[in-house]
Design a protein around this ligand. Sequence first.
Ligand code: AMP
Ligand code: MG
Length: 522
Amino acid sequence: MPTILTSNVNNTFIDELPADLNEVNTPRQVEKACYSFVQPAIPSNPTLIHVSHEMATELGLEETESPEFLHVVTGKLNLPNSRPYAMCYGGHQFGHWAGQLGDGRAINIGEIEFNSNRWALQLKGSGRTPYSRGADGNAVLRSSIREYLCSEAMHHLGVPTTRALSLALSGDQVMRDVLYNGNPAEEKGAIVCRVAPSFIRFGNFEIFTSRGDHESLKTLVDYTIRHFYSELGSPSKETYIAFFREVMLRTKKMLLDWQRVGFVHGVMNTDNLSILGLTIDYGPYGWLESYEPDWTPNITDAEHRRYRYENQPSIGLWNLTQLANALFPLIKEAAPLEAVLEEYRSGFPVEYLEMMLSKLGIFTTNNNDQALIKELQVLMMVSQIDMTLFFRQLNSFDLEKSGEFILTITSTSYLTAEEFKPYQDRWEKWLRLYSNRLSVETLTTEERIRRMNRINPKYVLRNYMAQLAIDDADKGNYKLIDELYKLLKNPYDEQPEMEKWFVKRPDWAKDKVGSSMLSCSS
Ligand code: AMP
Ligand code: MG
């Protein structure tokens, strides 16, 4: 049986949307088109490092050890019945309109329909496209491992995300200046085959509106609704408003999930926001360890911290406002778009409070809950509490012995015992409040803990864990990639043999490049 069933390949993006008429692979402005056809670079010695068999099964790909599979996921062989292409999009980067961006280092190889699901496959790091501008179109092993592991981990955490099918070495060397500090060095090139129902971003719509090309805008909006929001009905002003509202709801849900698990995306530009509300483009992302609302892993953003943890929800709204502007020409009325934005603005804090309370095992709300959460956040911040460890260990909180929990709290703090002391009284007071609050909840302890354990993950891809896997992989040892991949498939389960990953960030990782500082340049 062939690896990829030709009959499952079913393109809609290139079949239904306008193509760039120029097929020469040179950097340029591409107008009145949603994409440009482009051949991936041929990798000199492609080798597979890891495959997500679960994703392969969802795609109907049973045979992943064949040369055909390897060659398709590294760009050496085209997906049968398909033609590779790069998408045209624009974007607001760090708050400013950046004009045309596009898939500069991603090449879509086509769409597969299987079990009534549609999946687009995209190779990240397969060489230059007309959208590469001055850059090389490549990706390095370290950033590819990070994308591969994290996108699958996020999926299993229940956070909407693009997925990953495979991680491979290209066999080519890539020049990178890890920290933009004038010290470029060669690194191993890699290619991730990522998968999502669609990779369309806010920026795909923005680019047309910025150029006054309302015809292409309408074509793309109608396509998106037809395939991904078909329940909203046929094209009309009302349908477009409903579409914007759905995107708002999905974006809001994604952001609530990010805040719940302590994920910091790092580059929430509008070209990195999916129209399907999926987490997309894993670059300089990170996980909160010590609870620092002000933290961003992205050194490119270190000064203004636009994309810091606590700012993510308002950036979500800012980005939705840009999408509203992009859709405006089809709706020609500001009020309904503003109403949708207002729904996010007023709805987010309410749902955020509910989400935070659910992390504490509180599933109703009352008048003082806002204060309970606020004080907890201040305490976590000043006493440097590890977010994941703290919330997970709340499952052992005993209402009758609330005072004893202070020992658990100190053990999750990055402060020394001496440094922690000034906060002890305040914590004890908070624990009493918490205990009183829990006592008026009606769930049985068992049911409360069961629910909390599905909300507070035990295992997340801490920055240092990814870095350890990267260091080993650089030396040709991929065992840790597999171990972490398997660990993160069940992030809410105890997995006693994996307890070594349920610990505070080790000291060596605190300020290490890759573990706490990353840049967009990978
Ligand atoms: P990002 O913010 O990393 O998602 O990237 C912003 C834009 O830069 C997108 O259009 C990317 O395709 C492009 N880009 C990033 N890295 C590269 C690269 N190495 N080669 C070509 N284009 C790139
Ligand atoms: Mg991007």
